[in-house]
Write a protein that binds this ligand. Structure first.
Ligand code: FE2
Ligand code: FE2
Length: 195
């Protein structure tokens, strides 16, 4: 039997803390709003947003074990920082448990944590909706929102730039997909390199 939106909400409410559940609904609403503004599929965007953090509260040990057992690792950094696997593992579990069959939604969930060099519209939309949903509070989020609501592709690029800048400032690991995604967005949007 097909699950309706209320059914999906109940599933997430059971899996997540109240704050993370509110975040998930915020991402769903933001994704749906952006989809509506840009003539994209609103229902698909809402569902992908709602379910994107399905594996967010699994421990690093659990994520890593499941990813290793099922050959889901794409880069060694995921072994060092297993929380990065929550998108990949979430998509894997949602498919395995028969909760979501739509491959585009599963791919967007898989891609949301690091970005991906081959992001389609839904992957990009969930990536940026996750970043700017109303509960997000970090320096620069309002600017990111303004850019995204003016031109959502520019918002995706700005989000990726923000991530890379933040990680460099912290001297933290950077997943190669984030860098590749950022370069691909730069190419797609056609912004000329300054050099
Ligand atoms: Fe996430
Ligand atoms: Fe999230």
């Amino acid at each position: 039997m097909a699950i309706d939106v209320e059914g999906y909400k109940i599933i997430m409410q059971k899996r997540l803390s109240p704050a993370r559940y509110v975040h998930s609904v915020g991402v769903a609403n933001t994704a749906a709003k952006l989809a509506g503004m840009n003539n994209l599929d609103i229902e698909k965007s809402y569902l992908a947003g709602l379910m994107h953090d399905y594996a967010r509260e699994m421990s690093g040990t659990e994520l890593l074990l499941l990813a290793q057992e099922n050959n889901l690792i794409t880069d060694h950094i995921e072994v060092i920082k297993p929380d990065l696997l929550h998108g990949t593992v979430g998509a894997f579990l949602l498919e395995q448990e028969g909760l979501i069959t739509d491959q585009q939604i599963l791919t967007a969930i898989r891609n949301h944590t690091t970005g991906h060099p081959e992001m389609d519209w839904l992957s990009k939309l969930i990536y940026i909706a996750d970043y700017i949903e109303p509960e997000r509070k970090f320096p620069g989020v309002d600017k990111l929102r303004t850019i995204t609501y003016q031109d959502w592709n520019l918002g995706v690029l700005a989000g990726l730039n923000h991530t890379l800048t933040y990680l460099l400032q912290k001297a933290a690991f950077i997943h190669p997909y984030s860098l590749m995604a950022r370069n691909r967005m730069l190419e797609e949007i056609g912004i000329k390199d300054c050099n």
